[in-house]
Structure formats: structure tokens, C-alpha cells
Design a binder for this molecule. Structure first.
Ligand code: ADP
Ligand code: MG
Length: 656
């Protein structure tokens, strides 16, 4: 057959125009695309040779880069399956890939594609035109005799001709555009540039990628000779003449550690790999290796760092997520779509077998395979953490200290299986002086008639531990959890929250009802009786502090303290209110309820005083003092500390 020219299919031409005029700065991805094509072709040759040994290659399967610094060309060769003349037309003259068509649709009618689109998508072979003025492909299909050449400048047409190639495979020669820093065109014939780009995107490609540099020979240093031929005599090198230098080692490590059976990898190699990808200098705390099998396949090698990164809570700036590979080819760093936010500290690698290489960030979010991987990873990581909590309490405590609050963010997500997260939660409780308890242990300790998981939330554990709200619970031996992280205020307020069918209930909200139905009934009657006799006193006190409290009532939760503040069922806690106000939300003013302990000496004395003289000024003052005490006991701040001190002093002066 002879030389022919062909017009590109219309879509192909449009794509080429986008590539050629692209201002996209990450132009180095062209090499990723060509190397991954070569790697695919090598895979296919190896695969087809299994059933047809005639197709096997003579030498080692691999990828050769030749950078010619003199002619400014870069050649990428492989001894893979190769393409026949028809296949060259079919694969390089038309766009058959659905991913690329999708790309074109998104790029719209503008003549410049958005940078992110090219970078994340990958547009395959055509990306070469971002860095080359002319692309020349010589290919020979394994099992066939002749070779063919495909050449194009990317403008309108391509040429086909017969060619020679000693062996099956493909050689792609790029006539490189001039280096242009502003346009993101580096010197792609430079050894160090090539090393870096290969390392970044193709380090784990499973075939060796070798590099040869062709450049002008330089005169050997300190050479005595005064002309070129003298130097050539001594070293075999003629200054100015082309010389070939082959880099000794492959540019890629080929160590895709996650593809090897776990039992064959040293633990220290796993740690080394973690440090390599995270640049963390400490060993990881935990490793999770997992495989997805079935309709599509993926492998993941994940790690939990031993220390939280300093930017863990700077959502936007934080480095998080795992690296995404498709068949050992690097696609993107920090792929957040693969894990939920509450696992953002998990690092590692996910390598999918069947995912399209042409994935954009927007597409990832909807991609069903990505969703499946994500679900699988969440389950695996949660299971592994749960296992750690059983096997090594101390290590788990260290984990919880670093990442507990982030894990609890998962409770805010309605999509998550909350019990799975609750299974991981630790909290201080009245049951332990210093240790933390798991929720499952709490529930296991609950007496049969206990209906709820009781908690008290606030920023300061010491204050919570001394809270008057605890008194009735302590007396009845009912365990209460202390929730001290800001995120706790949020999830406990997010509608009805349950763990293993038990609702969470704040001990500072609403009425307290403890014990058996009988106990509750009796307590209620008791309180009603007392309320009758105290009702006038309570009304008198209320009038002196009605700006601050909604109501004064008798308490069934106090045993030793005289007063405390409580909120109505469903009211936000003061801390959460403060957080929401800080976030700019308009939160209406809300007044708490002041509860008094009818059995406390002060309250009893007040009752007597009121009977003697209902208009005694000390009644209003006492109301203010009891309110102040209740605020202080919560770790709150008094509106008028000086006024409070004056009242205390007045009282002291009277009694001393
Ligand atoms: P993709 O790799 O996603 O299919 P590309 O644009 O990168 O898209 O390549 C288009 C097609 O060209 C490939 O599917 C393959 O059939 C063929 N091809 C490209 N490079 C090579 C190569 N080095 N060896 C054999 N075939 C190749
Ligand atoms: Mg490709």
C-alpha cells in the first residue's frame, strides 16, 4: 500500500484544536497518557500471547524513552501489541472513546478547555499535541509482517504510509514545541524533567520505563588536545557530535506494593511506602489492606497516621484523601471522593481496574464505582478501628485522642450508618474517674428500666463533673456521659439520635424521671404537693429575676445543691447557640428555667421567711443569689459580677 492522506473526523479535529490552543499549564500529563497507552499495549500483548505463543515478544517487555536534545524530539516506544494500518486509522483518526466525547461536550463551544478538565480527564493520545508540533507514529501489529506510519501536525489531516519496524510494537515520535514557561511547556527532552514526570505519574507502571539521552558531546574536562580530533582520539567522543547516553536504572520503581500479597511484604516496606506517599516521617498507626472483587475490581492500601496533621480542621487547606490510580497509573492526588470527610485523615492508595482513565472530579462524585469503593472503604476502615479497640485498648485510646472529634463529624451525616460510628466513640463518664468508656459498654451497663443514654455536654470536663445536674443521677447510680467536644453539641441536637435503639437524652433539659414507673409516679406526686405550698414564694422570686429566667420551679434532680439552670426539651445548649451566633446565624434570645431544691436548707428557710413576711426584700435578693450560683456552677459568666458580690457581702455582714 502507498501513502495516503486522510481528514480527521470532525470531533477529532475539534479536540486537536483544543489541545493545540490550550493554555493548560499541566501539559506534562501528555507523557502519562502515552506511557499508559504503552502499558495497556504491553498488557494486551502478554495476554494474547498466553493463548497464541507466536505473539510473544522476544525481549523483555518495556517502554523506552529517547530524548534527542539536538533535534528536540522525544520518542516513546513499546514492544506491546502494536497497531495495523487499519487500527491506526480507527484509533488515532477518529474518536471512539465515550470519555473523550464526554470531554468535548463539557468543553463546550469555547476554543479553550478549562484546565481542570484536561488534567483530570486525560484525553489520551491527543494530549501529545499540547507539547508537539508534529507527531509521528510507527506501529506494527504483533503477528503481522508490515508496519505503518501515521503522521500529523494536528491540523485537519493525517498521513498514512508503509514503514519498517523490526519488531511488533509502537514508536511515537514527538517533535517538541519550544520551551515556554508561561504556556507550561517544560523541556521535555531534559533528563530531570522526564525523571520527575515519570516518577509523579507512572512510578508504579509494572513495566520498566528506560531513558536514553542523545546530546552533543562536550570536550572532556582538562583535555590537553587543542582540536576535536585529539579529544576523539583519547575518549572516543568528538565534541559537538551526537552521543547516546542510556540511564542505568528504569525511571520507575514498579513497586506497586498494594498489588503484592500482604504476606509477602515486609511490615517495614509498608511503612516505607506510607512515608513515601505522605512525606510523614513517623510510622503510621494502622494499616488497612483491602480488595474489592466482583463486577469490578479495586485494591486499596490505606493508613491511619499516628499523629493528626496540623491542618486537620482547616477543611479547605487540609491535605486529605487518598491517591487514585487506575491500573497502576496515577490519576490524582487527594481524591476526596473516595472517603467521607470524617475519614479525611486516612491516607493511602486506591487502584481501580476498570475505572475509566478519563474521570473528572465532577464525574467522580456521581460515579457508581467510586460510590461502591467508598462504601467498601468506610466499612473496612471502621471495622479495622473497631478491631483495634478490642485488641489494643491503649493504641485505640491514642487513636481516639488524635482523631476522635473528626470521627464524630460523621454523626452529622445522615447518609452514614450512625451506629457504625457510635461503635467507635469513647467518652468520659460518671462510671470512671479518668478512663473513657465506649458506648457499647455504657449500654451493656444500663439497668433494664433505663430508657435513655444520659449525657451532659459542655466544654469543660471538670465543670461537668461537678455539675448539680448530676446529683439525682448519682444518687440513683445512673451513669452519665460527658460530651466535651464542640462537635458533640451539634450531633446531639440533630433531631432524635439513637444508639442501639436507645435515645440520647441531656440531663440538663426538661424534667428528670428516673427509676421504675412506680418511682416516677411517686416522685411526681411529691413534687406537685411541694409545688402547691411553694407556689406563692416561687412567684414572688420570679418577679425579681424574670428578665433572665423563663420560670422558677422545684427540682427533682437536685440533692445537695440549692439551684440549677435547665433548658426546655429541644432548646439548644448555650455553647451551640454561641457557635451558631459566631457562624453568623440569628438565634433568638432564649431564657433558661431556674430549678430550686425544695429540701435544701436555704430554700426551706426562704419558705419560712416568706410565710412570716411575703414582702421581705431578702426574698428577691435570694432569688438573684440562687440564680448566680446556678450560672457559676455551669461554668457560665455572670452578667453583673459586682452586683452579685455586693449581695453576698450584704448577707455575710448580716450573719457574721
Ligand atoms: P484510550 O487509551 O483511553 O483508549 P487513547 O487516545 O489514549 O485512548 O488511545 C486510543 C487508542 O489508540 C487506544 O485505545 C489503543 O487502541 C490505541 N493505542 C494508543 N497508543 C497505543 C500503543 N502504544 N500501542 C497500541 N495501541 C495504542
Ligand atoms: Mg490512553
Amino acid at each position: 500500500m502507498t501513502a495516503t492522506t486522510h481528514a480527521f473526523q470532525a470531533e477529532t479535529q475539534k479536540l486537536l484544536d483544543l489541545m493545540i490552543h490550550s493554555l493548560y499549564s499541566n501539559k506534562e500529563v501528555f507523557l502519562r497518557e502515552l506511557i499508559s497507552n504503552a502499558s495497556d499495549a504491553l498488557d494486551r500483548r502478554r495476554f494474547e500471547a498466553v493463548s497464541n505463543p507466536d505473539l510473544a515478544a522476544e525481549g523483555e517487555l518495556g517502554i523506552e524513552l529517547v530524548a534527542n536534545r539536538i533535534e528536540r524530539t522525544l520518542t516513546i516506544s513499546d514492544n506491546g501489541i502494536g497497531m495495523s494500518r487499519e487500527e491506526l486509522v480507527e484509533h488515532l483518526g477518529t474518536i471512539a472513546r465515550s470519555g473523550t466525547l464526554e470531554f468535548l461536550k463539557r468543553a463546550g463551544d469555547g476554543d479553550e478547555a478549562s484546565p481542570d478538565l484536561i488534567g483530570q480527564f486525560g484525553v489520551g493520545f491527543y494530549a501529545s499535541f499540547m507539547v508537539a508540533d508534529e507527531v509521528d507514529v510507527v506501529s506494527r501489529r504483533a503477528g503481522e509482517d508490515g508496519a505503518a506510519r501515521w503522521t500529523s501536525k494536528g491540523a485537519g489531516e493525517y498521513a498514512l504510509d508503509d514503514a519498517d519496524r523490526a519488531e511488533a510494537g509502537t514508536t511515537i515520535r514527538l517533535k517538541l514545541k519550544p520551551v515556554d514557561g508561561e504556556a507550561g511547556i517544560s523541556d521535555f527532552a531534559d533528563e530531570w524533567v522526564l525523571r520527575n514526570v515519570v516518577k509523579k505519574y507512572s512510578d508504579f507502571v509494572s513495566y520498566p520505563i528506560r531513558l536514553t539521552i542523545i546530546e552533543e558531546a562536550v570536550a572532556p574536562e582538562g583535555g590537553e588536545g587543542d582540536d576535536a580530533s585529539d579529544a576523539a582520539d583519547a575518549t572516543g567522543v568528538t565534541p559537538g557530535e551526537p552521543t547516546e547516553r542510556r540511564v542505568d536504572e528504569p525511571l520507575n520503581s514498579m513497586k506497586a506494593i498494594w498489588t503484592r500479597p500482604e504476606s509477602e511484604v515486609e511490615e517495614s516496606d509498608f511503612d516505607e511506602f506510607y512515608k513515601h506517599i505522605t512525606r510523614d516521617f513517623q510510622d503510621p498507626m494502622l494499616r488497612v489492606s483491602t480488595k474489592i472483587e466482583g463486577t469490578f475490581e479495586a485494591k486499596a492500601l490505606l493508613y491511619v497516621p499516628s499523629k493528626a496533621p496540623f491542618d486537620l480542621y482547616h477543611r479547605e487547606r487540609a491535605h486529605n484523601g487518598v491517591q487514585l490510580y487506575v491500573r497502576r497509573v496515577f490519576i490524582m492526588d487527594e481524591c476526596r471522593e473516595l472517603l467521607p470527610e470524617w475519614l479525611r485523615f486516612v491516607r493511602g492508595v486506591v487502584d481501580a481496574e476498570d475505572l475509566s482513565l478519563n474521570v473528572s472530579r465532577e464525574m467522580l462524585q456521581q460515579d457508581r464505582q467510586i460510590q461502591t469503593i467508598r462504601k467498601h472503604l468506610v466499612r473496612k476502615v471502621a471495622d479495622r478501628l473497631k478491631q483495634l479497640s478490642k485488641d489494643d485498648a491503649e493504641a485505640y485510646l491514642a487513636f481516639w485522642a488524635e482523631f476522635g472529634p473528626v470521627v464524630k463529624e460523621g454523626l452529622l451525616d445522615w447518609e452514614e450508618k450512625r451506629d457504625r460510628i457510635f461503635d467507635l466513640v469513647l467518652a468520659p463518664s460518671t462510671h470512671h474517674a479518668t478512663d473513657l468508656t465506649s458506648l457499647s459498654d455504657y449500654v451493656a451497663r444500663m439497668p433494664e428500666d433505663q430508657e435513655a443514654i444520659y449525657y451532659i455536654a459542655g466544654p469543660n470536663l471538670d465543670v461537668l463533673r461537678r455539675s448539680p445536674h448530676l446529683e439525682a443521677f448519682e444518687e440513683k447510680g445512673v451513669e452519665v456521659l460527658f460530651l466535651t467536644d464542640p462537635v458533640d453539641e451539634v450531633w446531639v441536637n440533630q433531631g432524635p439520635v439513637e444508639y442501639r435503639g436507645k435515645p440520647f437524652r441531656s440531663i440538663g433539659h426538661g424534667e428528670v424521671e428516673l427509676g421504675s414507673d412506680e418511682d416516677k409516679e411517686k416522685a411526681k406526686e411529691d413534687l406537685e404537693k411541694k409545688e402547691e405550698s411553694f407556689s406563692d414564694l416561687l412567684a414572688a422570686m420570679q418577679s425579681s429575676i424574670e428578665d433572665t429566667v423563663k420560670e422558677i420551679r422545684l427540682s427533682s434532680r437536685l440533692k445537695s445543691s440549692a439551684s440549677c439552670l435547665v433548658l426546655e426539651e429541644g432548646d439548644l445548649s448555650p455553647q451551640l447557640e454561641a457557635m451558631l451566633r459566631q457562624a453568623g446565624q440569628a438565634i433568638p434570645e432564649r431564657k433558661p428555667i431556674l430549678e430550686l431544691n425544695p429540701d435544701h436548707a436555704v430554700v426551706v428557710a426562704l419558705g419560712k421567711r416568706f410565710e412570716e413576711n411575703p414582702t421581705d426584700a431578702r426574698i428577691g435578693k435570694s432569688a438573684k443569689l440562687l440564680l448566680g450560683q446556678a450560672i457559676l456552677a455551669e461554668g457560665g459568666q455572670l452578667d453583673d459580677p459586682t452586683g452579685f458580690a455586693e449581695l453576698v457581702n450584704e448577707l455575710m455582714a448580716e450573719t457574721l
